[in-house]
Design a protein around this ligand. Structure first.
Ligand code: URA
Length: 434
């Protein structure tokens, strides 16, 4: 077998065999296949696509490139949750404690930010003292004791994805159904859970901008998860404007806590209840997603989800006093306000542009070695459909670098579109697949 023949076969629209796909993944991970040949193959896949069997072969080859986590020492049906990524998406920090409060063990490995905002691990690290790296035994003991632990994904899980994603990121080959599916699902299938709930984002600021593409991605990921014997359910949700009001690490943790207290923004509360409800159903603790939804809502009402958050933070060395006192989080020194240029209604808030603004404020990394400013970010005072007067506050940028905060405020101004007529926000939950 040789790499040039594999590239030519895909370039000409052929179907790759399992062996050819394995040859590529193993050779590239070991450094035996150079970047230029791997790039050429990824571009051929981008244009010619892969069928379901090829995608499954790519996913399993990437899954098997590293460790497969064994969570059998944790009692119960372990349910993982993954979002394809969006701006202001702090749902893991809400649905984890909610599902745990309903009896579903949450043993989750999360990533750092791939794009312009921090990932779940970055957000958790804004909690004073919180450890995101634990020994495997300690991780499992915490889940058995508290019902929840979330740690950073180690480099030994699907190392092929790490290398291939880094190459895709700089060769214009990220936005392809089979490549996204194999990237996400190889990590999920290696992480040891029994069931997987996927939040597939759709709209500006998401990989899939339209509903049809998001549906195809959801369907393919569900088929691949089920082919591997893991119950997989995908929920397609809107990402045309940022989720909730807070974007940026500590700001998002504070909003997650408010949501667990029952005081969160309507969109993030609704999405969290839906996702947690499906997790409760997939974990066998409810007979239907509807019953799961009711149980998830009740966990917010009766305070049990907030109590799980307290145990979760305490278990990983964090200071649970942050639940009552947000001044214990890293603090900002600068706040720049963005005001409305006219009277009207908010027509659009471009999620991608808000993400870029938050990165410029210091909340995300431009390169993998950048250090995140945990206090940096954006608070959106106005959301789509809200009325606004000229000079009224639209949003605030926070950070510790005055020039960066001012630059981010300029980006943010460009994210807002104001019109004379009132627009209703797009439906948040679009479809459930699986
Ligand atoms: N998230 C991933 O982990 N991989 C992708 O390719 C896209 C989103």
């Amino acid at each position: 077998m040789n790499m040039n023949d594999i590239i030519i076969k895909k370039r000409d629209g052929g179907v790759l065999s399992k062996e050819e796909i394995q040859y590529f993944v193993t050779g590239y991970t070991k450094g035996e296949i150079p970047d230029y040949q791997a790039s050429a193959l990824l571009m051929a896949i981008y244009f010619k696509g892969m069928d379901k069997e090829e995608t499954y072969a790519l996913t399993t080859a990437m899954r098997d490139s590293g460790d497969i986590v064994d969570l059998s020492a944790i009692k119960g049906v372990k349910v993982d949750k993954h979002s394809t990524g969006g701006v202001g998406d702090k749902t893991t920090l809400i649905v984890g404690p909610m599902a745990a409060a309903c009896g579903v063990p949450i043993a989750k490995m999360s990533g750092r930010g791939l794009g312009f905002t921090g990932g779940t691990v970055d957000k958790m690290e804004s909690i004073p003292g919180f450890k995101t790296t634990l020994e495997e035994q300690e991780f499992m003991d915490l889940v058995n004791k508290n019902g929840i632990s979330v740690i950073g994904q180690t480099g030994s899980i699907a190392p092929a994805d790490k290398k291939i994603y880094a190459l895709r990121d700089v060769t214009g080959t990220v936005e392809n159904l089979s490549l996204i599916t194999s990237s996400v699902m190889s990590k999920k299938l290696a992480s040891g859970s029994d069931a997987i709930v996927l939040d597939v984002k759709c709209g500006d600021g998401a990989f899939m901008e339209n509903l049809e593409e998001a549906r195809q991605l959801g369907q393919l990921m569900v088929e691949i998860g089920n082919s591997d014997g893991k119950r997989t359910i995908a929920v397609i949700t809107d990402m045309d404007q940022p989720l909730g009001r807070a974007v940026g690490n500590s700001l998002e943790v504070i909003e997650a806590i408010e949501t667990l207290k029952g005081n969160g923004p309507a969109d993030i509360t609704r999405l969290s209840e839906t996702l947690a409800g499906i997790m409760v159903y997939a974990g066998g603790k409810a007979d239907s997603p509807e019953q799961g939804h009711e149980m998830a809502k009740e966990s917010l009402r009766n305070g049990s989800a907030l109590e799980k958050m307290r145990l979760f933070i305490q278990g990983q060395g964090g200071d649970p006093a942050i639940l009552e006192d947000t001044t214990l989080f890293p603090q900002h020194t600068f706040a720049v306000e963005v005001t409305s240029p006219s009277d009207g209604f908010i027509e659009k808030i471009r999620a991608r542009q808000v993400g870029v603004a938050s990165q410029h404020a210091g909340a995300g990394r431009a390169t993998k070695d950048d250090v995140i400013d945990m206090a940096a970010g954006i608070y959106l005072n106005k959301k789509v459909g809200d009325a606004v007067l000229e000079g009224e506050l639209l949003a605030t940028v926070y950070g510790n670098d005055e020039a960066k905060a001012a630059a981010a405020a300029k980006d943010l101004e460009a994210a807002y579109e104001i019109s004379d007529t009132k627009t209703e926000p797009r439906p948040l939950i679009k479809e459930i697949i699986g």
